[in-house]
Design a protein around this ligand. Structure first.
Ligand code: UN1
Length: 506
């Protein structure tokens, strides 16, 4: 199988026009979570490479901002078409390098296609306001202008989609883009970016360097954070990383857009439909091996339903097929690496020590893939919050609690420092409305009868509190990639001053 992993990688890269045989030296090592095998080695960009890239990106921005927005949309449309044509190869690379099951990997590529379509439409809808002026023969308006080079730092778990959310919007808004992907998924980034570059090369108005890939480790992120030339730095990853980025970028009065850790909850109310609840819980908590920022981590079940739901979940969890993510019936692929496995086991040990009852969570041996970190997703029954349930552990651990009143469950939903996604399973309209109201969930995303994960691209994506406050993807998230200018035009022959101020000059 290991040899098969290697040949799969070569063919998926070749399919997008990249010569994989070249990728044999460098400090960035791509390993397949499937079996731990080294897929490729790539060199980090040096500081000198970075400077060259920044220079090109600035020059590209100067040219690109002058291209009409609908033409910028046309580039993104062509890119979306290329992604459609290469969907299977791109999805396979995600599976090989990030360990996602095939259906979820295809879903991620679809998310790239969807945001391309969305950005194309937006390229004709970068609307500003007109505002009534208090002065005679004046008009006021609000215009949105391109911002500058946009840095994008992405995580391993959505190695294509999160760049695409940022890059497609940044590009139609008239910016250039610099992408630092996770050092765990450089090949996936290289494949997608190679495809972008080949489309851009054939598009006359696209300047060289309108988007640049910067493969590298932490220093590259630091350079972007400290660089005054980066107009906006969008960063997805841990709260620890985001806290550093936010402070460094704020220190130079730059802009950041942060999408950080989540600790997402679901409430299962007395009226919940049981089958729906069990499916929603299992997909959100065990899907993607618990490695989405939207993964379900805390479950609050009403006392009247607790025993039945937990019994159903125990059965569903025991039947989940854990294994090679290339297998068509696999539902839970591997954790990304040994560190993720250690973090999971540490959290489970802490939960046990705090009196939690742990079901599952053990390593699963997958024949032929002994070096991969496969686990049985874990359920942890708790009486109340513990230190481990307050944190985001990027692994399939679901902490389960009992609750008695809807107010109590909403307070519990909101009790953590993170604020990304949340959900309520109910047939009760009053409960649903309360959860969705200003007195309800404090998260960026709130769902009824859907788990917290698997959002569509049309809504703004992101969360509050230590999740960082940024919004990416749909709705009016594009505004973060532009600068707003308030314009006032006087078409009279006089100069009336606002607020009735008199300032008469001879
Ligand atoms: C992430 O895990 O960083 O809502 C993004 C979802 C996906 C995106 C997750 N559409 O689960």
């Amino acid at each position: 199988m290991s040899a098969a992993v290697a040949s799969h990688t070569g063919s998926s890269l070749a399919a997008v026009g990249f010569d994989a045989a070249r990728l044999t030296t460098g400090d960035i090592v791509s390993r397949s979570p499937i079996d731990g095998r080294v897929l490729a080695r790539l060199p980090s960009v040096s500081r000198a490479d970075y400077e060259t890239a920044l220079g090109r990106s600035q020059a590209a921005f100067s040219a690109w901002r002058a291209v009409p927005a609908p033409r910028r949309g046309e580039l993104v449309r062509l890119f979306g078409e290329a992604v459609r044509a290469h969907k299977p190869a791109l999805a396979e690379l995600i599976t090989l390098e990030a360990g996602k099951i095939t259906s979820e990997a295809a879903g991620e590529v679809q998310e790239v296609i969807d945001i391309c379509d969305f950005a194309v439409g937006l390229s004709r809808q970068l609307y500003g306001l007109t505002i009534a002026s208090e002065r005679a023969r004046h008009h006021m308006l609000e215009r949105w202008h391109p911002l500058g080079p946009v840095g994008v730092i992405t995580a391993f778990n959505f190695p294509m989609a999160v760049w695409a959310w940022n890059a497609t919007l940044a590009l139609i808004c008239g910016n250039s883009v610099l992408w630092k992907p996770s050092e765990k998924t450089p090949l996936t980034a290289l494949a997608l970016h190679t495809l972008f570059e080949s489309v851009a090369k054939g598009f006359a108005e696209a300047p060289a360097g309108v988007s640049t890939l910067l493969v590298g480790a932490r220093p590259v992120g630091e350079w972007l954070a400290d660089d005054k030339r980066i107009a906006l730095l969008s960063a997805t990853g841990s709260t620890r990383m985001g806290r550093e980025v936010a402070v460094r970028v704020a220190g130079r009065f730059g802009r950041s857009l942060l999408e950080l850790g989540g600790n997402n909850a679901m409430i299962v109310a007395p009226s919940a439909k049981e089958d729906l609840a069990v499916r929603a819980i299992t997909f959100a908590a065990a899907g993607t091996a618990g490695q989405r920022c939207t993964s379900l981590r805390r479950l609050y079940v009403h006392g009247s339903r607790y025993d039945a739901i937990v019994a159903r979940l125990k059965r569903a969890y025991a039947s989940l097929k854990v294994g090679n993510p290339l297998g068509s019936d696999t539902l839970v692929g591997p954790l990304v690496d040994a560190q993720a496995f250690e973090a999971m086991q540490t959290a489970l040990a802490a939960a046990r020590a705090a009196g939690g009852i742990v079901h599952g969570g053990e390593r699963v041996n997958v024949a032929g893939h002994e070096a991969g970190y496969y686990v049985r997703p874990a359920l942890v029954e708790l009486k109340g919050p513990i230190e481990a349930s307050e944190r985001e552990t990027f692994a399939p651990i679901l902490y389960v609690f009992r609750y008695e009143t809807i107010e109590q469950s909403i307070a519990a939903n909101n009790s953590v420092v993170q604020g990304l996604s949340s959900s309520l399973i109910t047939q009760d309209l009053s409960e649903a409305e309360l959860f969705l109201s200003g007195e309800g969930s404090d998260c960026g995303i709130a769902n009824i009868n859907i788990g917290p994960s698997g959002a569509e691209i049309g809504g703004a994506f992101g969360g509050e509190k230590e999740t960082g406050g940024g919004r990416e993807s749909g709705s009016d998230a594009w505004k973060a990639y532009m600068r707003r200018q308030t314009q006032t035009v006087n078409y009279s022959a006089t100069l009336p001053l606002a607020q009735g101020v008199k300032f008469d000059v001879e």
